[in-house]
Design a protein around this ligand. Structure first.
Ligand SMILES: Nc1ncnc2c1ncn2[C@@H]1O[C@H](COP(=O)(O)OP(=O)(O)OP(=O)(O)O)[C@@H](O)[C@H]1O
Ligand SMILES: [Mg+2]
Length: 248
């Protein structure tokens, strides 16, 4: 890859390594994501996908390696600073604040960018509409069902005003018709010039959305390419997809 291409990459993961006691959760992982579009990360349970998001978003520090965001080394920065810098994320297990309402939860995230309360409330209401939560503004986190929690998790991450949005299995546990709703939402978000990096086990969703897919297996990158190329890669079939998988 030439220098000009490197300079336009929004995110660069360089030789990241992370151990948990004896276990190498990530081992020399490198890839980059250019600005614009949707990118996928797939891999079996325990492959290291969420660990990678935790490192990119600052929740944990890598043992070695560099995370570069918009050309700046941001490795090990605090999550709040990375959020301000433009990295938003969802959590694999959505745990909404039990006592905050939908509106309050989204507003907290909006306040990351908008500091006037009234303007923040208006923006939060608009975002709730956009993510299908207009009828649930006053519902508390503890009373949300799975789909509503997922919607709120996405709305909250979006509300921080990210330039890069990390989605950790937002389609998991949803019915096919609900997955379609999320595919549409993610596509709409990406059309606003937000780069999306999504971890997803619902392969139909990743393959429908992503322009490029990185495959992790036991902490290592085993493939990086278009959905078609990755789905046809024997290493990926062996490690993850299984012999019976029919490429989309
Ligand atoms: N805080 C931690 N302490 C110890 N081990 C951890 C920790 N976080 C992750 N691991 C281990 O690191 C490995 C990678 O975990 P990770 O959560 O990144 O996988 P994943 O690819 O997101 O899997 P899944 O698809 O199940 O979400 C697993 O073996 C996991 O048990
Ligand atoms: Mg995970």
């Amino acid at each position: 890859m030439g220098t000009a291409e490197l300079m336009s990459d929004l995110l660069q993961i360089e030789r990241i390594g992370k151990r948990f006691r004896g276990l190498k959760a990530l081992d020399d992982v490198s890839f980059s994501v250019e600005e614009g579009g949707i990118f996928g990360i797939i891999g079996a349970n325990g492959a290291g996908k969420t660990t990678l998001f935790n490192i990119i978003s600052g929740a944990i520090k890598p043992d070695v390696g560099i995370v570069r965001f918009a050309g700046v080394d941001v490795t090990g920065r605090a999550p709040s600073r990375l959020c301000i810098a433009g990295i938003g994320r969802t959590f694999q297990i959505a745990r909404p604040f039990p006592d905050l309402t939908v509106l309050e939860t989204i507003r907290v995230a909006v306040l990351c960018r908008v500091h006037a309360m009234r303007a923040a409330t208006e923006r939060a209401v608009a975002i709730a509409h956009r993510f299908g939560l207009a009828q649930k503004l006053d519902r508390r986190g503890r009373h949300l069902n799975v789909l509503e929690r997922k919607r709120l998790e996405l709305a909250r991450a979006y509300a921080t005003g990210p330039r890069l949005l990390l989605l950790d299995e937002v389609a998991a546990g949803l019915r096919p018709s609900e997955v379609d709703v999320f595919v549409d939402i993610v596509r709409a978000v990406a059309s606003e010039n937000i780069t999306v990096l999504m971890i997803e086990h619902v392969l139909a969703a990743v393959f429908a959305l992503a322009r490029r897919v990185v495959v992790l297996d036991q902490g290592k990158t085993i493939a990086d390419g278009t959905p078609q190329a990755v789905a046809a890669d024997p290493k990926v079939v062996e490690a993850y997809l299984g012999a019976g998988y029919a490429a989309p």
